[in-house]
Design a protein around this ligand. Structure first.
Ligand code: PEP
Ligand code: MG
Length: 566
């Protein structure tokens, strides 16, 4: 490895893309508050100003279709107008602190208070309170939180950027940015992705090194301050290669992929409105997995039937001919919802999760089914059930769907026909797929969990990632059992786990008779282009390899060189 190949600093890739250019450092000086005559009234006025500014920014962000970023700003706007802020500062003032110390102490107290709460939704608001209180303090001091006006396209560096500052960046002028704080799931990362601005967060010593030029890669997390010519050229080449690949992917956008003469649908996995917009932009063949549980998580109470109806209707009406597969909520395992008060478990992935909790929460599951059936009047919807291990569980949901449909029919509600499929995540379903097939409308293989349960390897443990490999012949063998059962009974079989986004795995799935792949929106055209580039005769070799190999590494080694890259 050459010296230049070692990044000067390594952060966390927060928003993909390459940026090379001159640096502008954003430094936010500490503001000091002077004595204020009527602090209570002044804080209230500044809180109202900041709340209004954040609400306006949230509205314009929402108008440009960036829902997730708008939600962050809206939450901050609500925090700004919350009485708890003025109360906390005044309490400190009354206990004898000067206004400046009272304000800083209140910010620390409120952040600590929220961070300590057991409710993860409220705990996650701790960082928001800090940002909002800084903004209020600046308003009180009469310091404008001015926009950064750039003379030329630049790379920004900062200790920290707030959600509002990030949302206000001009993607035409900001080539990319790096911050010393933040993680891949922080608000700045979410907003940077929504703006399409490359970003690296968590880079140590960024400001101290005061570079005048920088090169960063928002996928790998590499950041070079004052890169050598060689590094700058390497990054420019990477950017060119990405742009050239993008041109080839743009060429297949909107096309239908086929493997020989077999049509392969490439649908998108979505979790909410932003993903739906991204999938529409990539022209996916519908949605193969709507992870609806995200509507139920990180919130103090479950979504209402009407809120769900709006979400499913938005998805269904976004595609003309393709289906949106709504997965009923898969709560439990790594996705707990505090308000359900499910007991702590020793092995949550083997416990009360997905379909296993439906009979305990009948209003919740029936409400979801009702919302999905109502939305089916606005586009093609299918339902699928997660974590099914037995036919009894599947039949229980089938009869709930039937009775909700009868009830809605009775009330004269318009509905389309809605297929009901099963997710294949538990090996028992794959192994009995032939006898299961007559009872289901379709199968969708969740390779993330199917691999976890086949290999007995916790999907959350990075130290087990070698074992948790969906290309293990045991997992692929189960996938083939399902594909064969689907073929024999005329039931479609898809893969919606992460493996479908891997070009080599996608070609394996097409080779064993799987006709639909559901992938993250940004992989839709990569997978379409990959499938289209193959000579279907590769299927013979795939079948030979997966039935004779003894490890995932062997499968990868044998097939990787044969898969044609777009
Ligand atoms: C899967 O298990 O592969 C799947 C698609 O579901 P999730 O990742 O949401 O558990
Ligand atoms: Mg799963």
């Amino acid at each position: 490895m050459t010296e230049q190949a070692i990044p000067a600093e390594h952060g966390v890739g927060a928003s993909p893309g390459i940026a090379v250019g001159p640096v502008v450092a954003i430094t936010t000086e500490e503001v000091e508050l002077d004595t204020i005559d009527d602090p209570h009234a002044a804080i209230e006025a500044s809180s109202a100003n900041v709340s209004a500014q954040l609400a306006a920014l949230s509205a314009s962000t929402r108008e440009s279709g960036r829902e997730e970023a708008a939600d962050v700003l809206n939450a901050q706007s609500l925090i700004a107008e919350d009485e708890m802020i003025v109360d906390a500062v005044m309490e400190n003032v009354e206990s004898g602190l000067d206004i400046n110390s009272a304000f800083d102490a209140a910010a620390t107290q409120l952040e600590a208070l929220l961070a300590s709460l057991p409710d993860p939704y409220l705990a996650a608001r701790a960082a928001d309170v800090g940002e909002v209180m800084q903004a209020i303090k600046r308003d009180l001091a009469g310091v404008a939180t001015g926009e950064t006006v750039l003379a030329e396209p630049s790379v920004l560096i900062a200790h920290e950027l707030t959600a509002a500052e990030t949302a206000g960046l001009d993607p035409e002028m900001v080539l990319g940015f790096a911050t010393e704080t933040g993680g891949a799931t922080s608000h700045v990362a979410i907003i940077a992705r929504s703006l399409g601005v490359p970003a690296v967060v968590g880079v140590p010593n960024l400001l101290a090194s005061a570079p005048s030029n920088a090169a960063l890669d928002g996928s790998t997390g590499e950041f070079f301050g004052d890169p050598t010519d060689e590094v700058a050229a390497d990054f420019a080449n990477r950017a060119d290669a990405q742009a050239a690949l993008q041109t080839r992917l743009d060429a297949v956008r909107g096309s239908r992929a086929s493997f020989g003469d077999i049509a392969i649908d490439v649908a998108a996995n979505v979790a909410g409105a932003d993903d739906i917009h991204r999938a529409v932009a990539e022209q996916s063949d519908g949605v193969g997995l709507f992870r609806t549980e995200f509507l139920f998580l990180d919130t103090p109470k479950p979504p209402t039937e009407d809120e769900q109806f709006e979400a499913y209707k938005l998805a269904a009406s976004s595609w003309d001919v393709d289906t949106v597969v709504v997965r009923t909520f898969d709560i439990g395992g790594d996705k707990p919802a505090e308000y359900l008060e499910l007991p702590e478990e020793e092995n949550p992935f083997l416990g009360q999760r997905g379909v296993r909790i439906y009979e305990q929460f009948p209003e919740l599951i029936d409400g979801q089914i009702r919302a999905a059936l109502r939305a089916s009047a606005f586009g093609k919807i299918a339902l699928m059930i997660p974590m099914v291990a037995t036919l009894e569980e599947f039949s229980m949901v089938r009869s709930r769907v039937d009775s909700v449909r009868a009830e809605l029919d009775g009330a004269g509600v318009d509905m389309g026909s809605v297929e009901l499929g099963v997710m294949v995540e538990v090996p028992s379903i794959a192994m009995t797929a032939m006898s299961f097939a007559p009872h289901v409308d379709f199968f969708s293989i969740g390779t993330n969990d199917l691999t976890q349960y086949t290999m007995a390897a916790d999907r959350m443990m990075s130290s087990l990632s070698q074992l948790h490999d969906p290309l293990h012949p045991a997992v692929l063998g189960l996938c083939k059992l399902v594909a064969d059962a689907g073929g024999a009974h005329g039931r479609s079989v898809s893969v919606c786990g992460l493996a479908a986004s891997d070009p080599v795995a996608a070609v394996i799935f097409a080779s064993i008779g799987i006709t639909k792949l559901s992938v993250s929106a940004n992989a839709v055209n990569l997978i379409k282009a990959t499938i289209a580039a193959q000579d279907p005769s590769i299927a013979d070799r795939v079948l030979e390899v997966i039935t004779t190999a003894t490890s995932a590494a062997e499968v990868r080694e044998a097939l990787e060189p044969l898969v044609v890259r777009p």
